[in-house]
Design a binder for this molecule. Structure first.
Ligand code: UDP
Ligand code: MG
Length: 308
């Protein structure tokens, strides 16, 4: 019996990229001895994305779609597509051709060689913008310093998962999903392959700086509680420093300069006020996560799908 591959593609306002993506994937599978389906997850697009996909789905029985009630974000869209997939392996990729479909045969080959997870590492090209390159490098550095999972820079959500990994994926009920970290954390036989990212064919990146910042914070707070212990270290340093301050005050008192010192008091109040607010903010960040998780809301809401 032929084995089946599910391709999961989260999309948000990508109507122009659908035709080229579908045709490229069809072309790849016409040369492979596998069944396949494409699962498009429409993450609350505001353009004609869903109409376009429905048109394709009517003509091509390999095309499935899931349409969300609103924008839930890329990571949650990935979850939905993987939850509803039925392949022996699932490949997730972006819908803008930056993850080249021509890499699919290599992913499958590594899987057939006995790997459960085949993830990809993007090599920086000259086309990658300077800001994206530096912010992304910085993020991986901070994350790796703080957390117990080790992420290579350039790992994105372009990967193949074996069915048994997919079954574990379905069990994950975290409200703040950060797949890159979760996949690493999961274990199994993992292997990476490198690729050079293509250019986005149409439109512009849907990851605004705000969304990138949110993803970075999510990544750090999901895999590390080290920021919570920052208070301990800062507290220790400042109490050591206060011993010096005490000596200064003591000597001043004996030399008769007791009234002076307004400047240093103001500085100390401002400094420690800011510090306390910062640490409180970090605690609040984790408390907020706990609060969101405790509500146990679904990770996404499906409005419509042609998957039975
Ligand atoms: N995407 C999504 N929901 C969002 C933002 C993005 O489903 O809220 C999709 C997007 O359509 C694309 C993929 O996630 O298929 C990656 O996004 P994008 O290409 O904009 O990110 P970048 O390549 O710039 O990191
Ligand atoms: Mg992209």
């Amino acid at each position: 019996m032929r084995r089946k591959i599910s391709i999961v593609i989260p999309i948000y306002n990508e109507v122009l990229n659908i035709p080229i993506m579908v045709h490229s994937i069809e072309a790849v599978f016409s040369k492979l001895d596998y069944d396949y389906n494409i699962i498009y997850v429409d993450d609350g697009s505001k353009d004609d994305t869903i109409e376009k996909i429905k048109n394709y789905a009517n003509q091509n029985k390999n095309i499935r779609f899931i349409s969300f009630s609103r924008n839930f974000g890329h990571q949650n869209a990935l979850k939905a597509g993987i939850d509803l997939s039925d392949g022996d392996a699932v490949i997730s990729m972006d819908g803008d051709m930056q993850h080249p479909p021509t890499l699919i045969p290599q992913l499958i080959k590594k899987w057939e060689e006995g790997n459960d997870i085949v993830y990809t590492i993007r090599l920086d090209t000259d086309n990658t913008s300077f800001v994206k390159k530096t912010t992304s490098n910085l993020f991986y550095q901070i994350l790796n310093k703080l957390s117990s999972v080790e992420l290579e820079k350039g790992t994105a959500d372009f990967r193949l998962l074996d069915k048994k990994v997919v079954n574990v994926f379905r069990e994950i009920k975290e409200s703040d999903l950060f797949w890159r970290g979760l996949v690493k954390w999961m274990g199994f036989n993992q292997i990476s392959i490198q690729y050079t990212a293509g250019d986005r064919v149409h439109g512009k990146s849907k990851y605004t700086y705000k969304k990138m910042k949110d993803l970075a914070l999510k990544g750090i707070t999901s895999f590390s509680t080290k920021p919570l212990s920052i208070a301990i270290y800062i507290g220790l340093v400042s109490s050591l420093a206060s011993i010096l301050f005490f000596l200064y005050a003591f000597i001043s008192y004996h030399m008769g300069h007791v009234i002076s010192g307004w400047t240093s008091i103001i500085i100390a109040i401002a400094f420690f006020g800011g510090l306390q607010l910062m640490v409180l903010g970090i605690v609040g960040l984790y408390l907020g996560k706990l609060f969101m998780q405790s509500k146990n809301r679904p990770q996404y809401i499906i409005k419509e799908t042609n998957i039975s």
